[in-house]
Write a protein that binds this ligand. Structure first.
Ligand SMILES: C[S@@+](CC[C@H](N)C(=O)[O-])C[C@H]1O[C@@H](n2cnc3c(N)ncnc32)[C@H](O)[C@@H]1O
Length: 413
């Protein structure tokens, strides 16, 4: 029987609910409970006038993620780098937007948000000294206390309740990494949920945040074919990307039940794919017969099935677009399998390599003194990193759509 049909044919006997091992209580804070934040955006002598007269703050790719963290009603300040002057206070109005044809600034700064001064615009000169004194940078995101503190100085107001010490919200958005080593201490960030950190094998949300700001624009369509607890969905929604997510056993209503080897998507329809696939049979996601996570990585079948997923990703991805695959090696019962390298090898049969990122692992169950001492005593290693393999669909390169390699040991000379 065709394996892929198994689920459909047995629908009567197998329901998704049967496979759910956990009930996921998802707290969604309501908008009015979310705290305000403060954002300082840089400008120059030239752009200051244009921004002030048009009442919008614009930015380029470097700070696009920051402007998209601004919500209606947040505090906004403008920092003129040429004159070292801080201007404010403004309130953000409406949602941040992306418009690649934004006429002002010749389309150089397509990310923007409308603002309104709360009163007459005031300024602080020698702002860099002022920032140093407060131990903040204009690149930081301020918490509500920090935003009000800046506002109180600019507007000569006195708020007795303000605390000069805690001005920054360090975990509101993760950094955009510039090297191939990514390390962030938490699975989630910000004040809205991202996936479910009780889900076995949940993806750290900062990885998806980094990928979508590198490789997509607001409004693009991202796909996660193995969505688990839906971290990709939550990150994409917050960053104003469209998202379509599948899993063999959906844990939420916004995940569609499908096998990642045969997705209900048109050819060339997706702008970016993110996959955090099983790494072996080390985590019991669910007992679904098509769950690839029930096949051990010591068997070639595991890689053959993931190769079928890769082929499907190649089909649905638009030309020139990115697939990012998160994967870790396996060491179990004394046997090491370089899963990451084997996945890289299979991926590059279809896709062109873009880069490999080393993602530090921090929160796995084995990160305990007990396991650290066992690893040293018995001379093995705990997994310290994962591979984030970034590849591109590049059909112009004939080699990338070639058929599987000739097996030299059976090739007749
Ligand atoms: C590492 S988890 C994904 C974690 C997810 N990114 C999150 O943040 O929660 C891998 C997922 O692959 C799913 N999976 C396994 N085989 C699959 C298949 N053939 N098709 C679709 N999903 C599959 C599992 O059910 C599991 O949820």
């Amino acid at each position: 029987m065709n394996e892929k049909l198994y689920y459909k044919e047995n629908n009567a006997e197998i329901s998704n609910d049967e496979f759910l091992t956990t009930v996921y209580a998802r707290k969604t804070p309501t908008a009015n409970k979310l705290k305000k934040h403060g954002f300082i955006f840089a400008c120059t002598k030239k752009s200051e006038n244009e921004m002030l007269s048009k009442k919008i703050i614009v930015t380029g790719k470097q700070y696009a993620h920051k402007i998209f963290a601004v919500r209606d009603g947040d505090y906004v300040f403008l920092y003129n780098l040429d004159t070292d002057t801080l201007l404010g206070t403004f309130l953000a109005r409406g949602e941040p937007s992306f418009d690649s044809s934004l006429k002002i600034f010749n389309g150089k700064y397509p990310y923007y948000i409308a603002v309104e001064p709360v009163s007459e615009v005031k300024e602080i000169r020698n702002a860099s000294k002022f920032f140093n004194k407060l131990n903040i940078s204009w690149r930081d995101i301020l918490n509500e206390n920090g935003a009000l503190y800046l506002r109180s100085i600019l507007d000569n107001m006195i708020f007795v309740s303000l605390n000069k010490e805690k001005l920054i919200d360090e975990n509101y958005r993760p950094p955009i990494f510039s090297t191939t080593f990514w390390d962030y201490p938490y699975q989630s960030y910000g004040d809205t949920p991202k996936g479910n950190n009780k889900y076995p094998g949940v993806t750290p949300a900062f990885i998806i945040f980094n990928l979508i700001w590198r490789y997509t624009e607001p409004g693009d369509l991202v796909c996660d074919p193995m969505a688990g607890s839906g971290t990709t969905i939550d990150v994409c929604r917050e960053e104003k990307r469209n998202i379509i997510a599948f899993d063999i056993v959906p844990t939420r209503k916004d995940i569609i039940q499908a096998d990642a080897r045969s997705l209900p998507l048109k050819d060339n329809s997706i702008d970016m794919i993110f996959i955090d696939s099983p790494y072996s049979d080390n985590i019991k996601y669910n007992p679904h017969p098509l769950n690839i996570g029930n096949i051990p990585a010591t068997s070639e079948e595991f890689f053959d099935e993931l190769e079928n997923v890769m082929r499907e990703c190649f089909r649905v991805l638009k030309e020139g677009k990115i697939l990012a695959w998160l994967i870790g090696d396996q060491w179990a019962k004394g046997v090491f399998v370089p899963v990451g390298l084997k996945i890289y090898e299979r991926l590059t049969k279809y896709f062109s390599p873009v880069d490999i990122v080393c993602v530090a692992r921090r929160n796995q169950a084995s990160n305990t003194p007990f396991w650290h001492s066992k690893a040293i005593k018995h001379n093995f290693y705990l997994r310290g990193f994962k591979y984030l393999i970034i590849v591109k669909k590049d059909s112009s390169n004939d080699k990338k759509i070639r058929k599987p390699k000739i097996k030299w040991n059976t090739y007749e000379r």
